[in-house]
Design a protein around this ligand. Structure first.
Ligand SMILES: CC(C)(COP(=O)(O)OP(=O)(O)OC[C@H]1O[C@@H](n2cnc3c(N)ncnc32)[C@H](O)[C@@H]1OP(=O)(O)O)[C@@H](O)C(=O)NCCC(=O)NCCS
Length: 434
């Protein structure tokens, strides 16, 4: 059984170190389980002092289907949006980060490399590369004012960070202008001082100033209230290293050589016409992707500019492959993954885990299973140690068969100022955030 080799812990599985102790420990967070968790935390007097004041689905409204779907609060006139930044504790000041500046991106990179998301056991920490951060923060129409840092006034040291980027996200039939919020990070020495709520309020204010009133974000912790709860799955590509660094365990009754054999992949891809995406493919890929994503309840509304930015291959950042029919030259299938290494903390032999994360995949002619096996094959060829995927879209259909094992962490999806009537199944989500 592949699942017996499932990983024990990594930021990929538990993308949040659970700062508030609110994360679930059980494996299945259904609506009932969530409601129970909420009851428990309320009886323990654990309230969400900040999130209870925000226009988000509240726990008390769980299951109340009389509330209308859509924006929770109406937009306010722009002239009524607070013009000055929120107050920070006296030693700190706001900065707007120019991600194009080498000096600035280095400061952001160092803050995140040392302080961003770790797994529960503090064995791994996300290590987003500088090129990745530049890509993630500079999509079409980005706002520089949404890349927000907090510095110590005296030393100028960067101690906190939060970002937004604009995105059109469709919820059922409505395409909504949103901000995707990401990279919230407070230096380890400044935790639990209620800095995060001020940062969230400040990014919200700057988003409002651009006349945008909704946002999408993900977190490993439970906040009021997930629109969906997904699970990460992991496919070993380099099982020996994964076991050596404690990412996974040798399964019961398994030897190392049998494990290596179990995860062996072909030397080359098998689908005729499988090749890397190129610039001239953007219109065909956009058509393919738009058509595919239309079936999900929540999904990005990508145009050609978005596809060129988010999906055209960029070395060590994002990889995309497609199937061009050898006969008709039609583009029939597509798969992609992004590159997000993790630092391996305190291991003598290895410092980095090279992970690929499944991004957007579309199959119309090639079976999804075969397409994804080709994706695994190229990832292995390019020296990735592990291939991760969420159970969103149609991913469930290939995970077990392609020897992915379930991780032990959950990823919760949230919308700000937009109510969804019922919790969505992961397979109803067509959105992957970085
Ligand atoms: C996430 C992080 C910024 C929170 O800061 P903190 O110092 O632990 O918490 P603070 O005292 O400043 O603020 C606590 C409030 O922030 C909320 N909060 C914590 N993590 C959050 C998250 N990931 N997203 C949104 N809100 C979050 C808490 O729920 C709490 O609000 P509540 O009282 O309404 O529940 C910090 O722990 C951190 O940098 N962790 C590592 C990186 C990380 O996990 N980033 C988030 C990725 S999703």
């Amino acid at each position: 059984m592949v699942d017996s080799n499932a990983s024990s812990g990594s930021p990929e599985e538990t993308p949040n170190p659970n700062p508030d102790g609110n994360a679930p420990s059980e494996s299945d967070v259904t609506l009932d389980a969530l409601a129970r968790k909420v009851q428990e935390s309320l009886s323990l007097g654990q309230k969400h002092k900040f999130w209870e004041t925000q226009p988000v689905g509240q726990f008390k409204d769980l299951g109340n289907s009389s509330l209308p779907e859509g924006p929770i609060e109406d937009p306010t006139p722009l002239s009524e949006v607070k013009q000055e930044p929120y107050n920070l504790p006296n030693p700190y000041e706001w900065i707007t980060c120019d991600i194009n500046s080498e000096e600035m991106i280095t400061e952001v990179y160092n803050l995140l490399t040392n302080n961003y998301v770790e797994d529960d056991e503090n064995m791994f920490r996300f290590n987003y590369s500088k090129e990745f951060l530049r890509w993630a923060l500079h999509p079409p129409g980005y706002f520089r004012s949404w890349h927000i840092g907090v510095r110590v006034k005296t030393s100028k040291k960067l101690v906190a960070f939060i970002t937004g980027v604009p995105a059109r996200i469709r919820v059922r039939d409505n395409v909504v202008n949103m901000a995707e919020i990401n990279f919230l990070c407070v230096h380890k020495k400044l935790r639990s001082k209620r800095l995060a709520p001020v940062m969230i309020k400040e990014v919200t204010r700057r988003v409002h100033l651009e006349n945008i009133w909704q946002a999408a974000y993900t977190a490993g912790v439970i906040l009021p209230t997930p629109v969906s709860t997904c699970q990460y799955w992991h496919r070993s590509l380099n099982p020996k290293k994964l076991i050596d660094v404690g990412f996974s365990r040798l399964g019961a009754r398994m030897t190392m050589s049998r494990t290596i054999k179990l995860y062996k992949l072909p030397e080359s891809t098998v689908t005729p016409g499988f090749r890397k995406m190129e610039l001239h493919d953007v219109p065909a890929v956009t058509r393919l992707l738009r058509n595919y994503l239309s079936q999900f309840i929540v999904a990005p509304d990508f145009d050609e500019n978005d596809v060129e930015h988010w999906l055209l291959p960029k070395e060590n950042v994002v990889d995309s492959y497609l199937v061009e029919s050898p006969e008709t030259h039609d583009i029939t299938d597509f798969c992609s993954f992004y590159t997000l290494p993790s630092s391996i903390l305190g291991n003598q032999n290895y410092s980095t885990l090279k992970a690929a994360y499944s991004y957007y995949n579309v199959s119309t002619k090639t079976p999804l299973l075969q397409l994804m096996n080709d994706a695994l094959t190229v990832a292995k060829k390019n020296d990735y140690d592990v291939f991760n995927a969420l159970d969103v879209m149609h991913n469930e259909s290939f995970l077990k068969e392609l020897k992915f094992g379930p991780g032990d962490g959950k990823l919760h999806y949230y919308l700000y100022n937009y109510r969804i009537r019922n919790e969505l199944k992961p397979s109803e989500l067509g959105l992957v955030l970085l």
